[in-house]
Design a protein around this ligand. Structure first.
Ligand SMILES: Nc1ncnc2c1ncn2[C@@H]1O[C@H](COP(=O)(O)OP(=O)(O)OP(=O)(O)O)[C@@H](O)[C@H]1O
Ligand SMILES: [Mg+2]
Length: 322
């Protein structure tokens, strides 16, 4: 586990004990890992970092509504087949020229079918590429909840056998079982059957110290004190009842914005102009601004007046006084 954490750390990925244990077990038990959680908490990045840490190729299948086998598994390259038939025109007429009937010509052509339905004309899509790879790979099935339930059922077969049957070619079996990481934003319930085949981990927003480490790693230009204040503010915003909480990627964007703007502190002007990097709904922005103006802390109830606090606005250090 500690090794997994170190390996991920070297790829600039801050892994909790839970995450490193899940990866460790996925490798040991040879089971796919399903990582679920809100947007921007590092689910996709985990697969990328683990592939890089292992020196393995990352093969990514991005899921979306309407994704089907031809886009996920394989397609026949019709254009290439057509081009070959054009170029081999003469050879084909040699073969078919003296046929007595249409049926005989068709039979002769059929006897040559395997030329055109061979691996030469097979266009492997991510799942088949992962299965056929000569080296072990990491297969990322990203945002599986966006795909249709039928696709999920098809995926189950692939994930249990790691073999694929191509009618024209026969069964293609994995040379190496890939490490599979599936991610989901939980926009719909996944099937019991899929969950049963996978190890499961819920990745949530990191705590202050972990998020601060991510910021320090990825935005080293931000002064440590300011970084801590910024992350503390993000953590507090997440305690508010907002339409969309800021994600780690938005914290990073904000940290980069603060560096670009040469911000020295989180004063009112800085917050007024940059909060929209963190919050993407007008109602969320209004709510956050209202609380900031009141000099209130966003993790407390939204009160119209606080006699124990000076009026007249917000001071940056308020956010860091836990
Ligand atoms: N623990 C972490 N260590 C390092 N970087 C992280 C970590 N968590 C998040 N990040 C950073 O946050 C950003 C968003 O991560 P990522 O794209 O993996 O999120 P996600 O969970 O896949 O989001 P979505 O559900 O929207 O696809 C990336 O830039 C990533 O580098
Ligand atoms: Mg993602």
């Amino acid at each position: 586990m500690a090794d997994v954490r170190d390996l991920l750390g070297r790829q600039n990925y801050i892994a909790s004990d839970e995450i490193s244990t899940a990866i460790f077990l996925a490798e040991r038990l040879g089971k796919p890992l399903l990582a679920e959680g809100p947007a921007g908490v590092g689910k996709t990045e985990l697969a990328k970092a683990w592939a890089a840490a292992q020196g393995r190729e990352l093969i990514r299948l991005q899921c979306y509504e309407g994704l089907d086998e031809t886009k996920a598994l394989y397609e026949w390259e019709y254009a290439k087949q057509l081009l070959y038939t054009q170029l081999l025109r003469e050879k084909l007429s040699d073969l078919l020229g003296d046929a007595q009937s249409l049926r005989e010509a068709a039979d002769r052509l059929a006897s040559q079918e395997d030329v055109f339905f061979s691996e030469r004309f097979l266009l492997p899509r991510p799942l088949l590429r992962a299965i056929m790879s000569d080296k072990p790979v990491v297969l990322l099935i990203d945002e599986i909840d966006r795909a249709d339930a039928e696709f999920e059922a098809f995926l189950l077969e692939v994930l249990s056998d790691f073999q694929v049957s191509v009618p024209e070619l026969g069964t293609l079996k994995a040379k190496h079982v890939p490490t599979v990481i599936l991610t989901s934003n939980n926009t719909r319930e996944l099937s019991e059957a899929l969950k049963r085949r996978c190890l499961y981990i819920h990745i949530d927003y990191p705590d202050l110290e972990a998020e601060l480490r991510v910021v320090q790693l990825k935005v080293p230009g931000l002064a440590p004190k300011l970084a801590r204040e910024a992350v503390a503010l993000v953590q507090r915003l997440r305690t508010l009842d907002l339409k969309k909480h800021p994600s780690v990627s938005e914290t990073l964007d904000w940290a980069r914005a603060l560096v670009e703007l040469n911000a020295r502190q989180l004063d009112k002007a800085t917050l007024d102009t940059t909060l929209n990097v963190l919050l993407k709904y007008e109602s969320d922005l209004q709510r956050a601004r209202r609380l900031l103006q009141q000099g209130d802390r966003p993790d407390r109830p939204d009160r119209p007046d606080r006699p124990d606090r000076p009026r007249g606005g917000y001071r940056g250090s308020d956010w860091t006084n836990n």
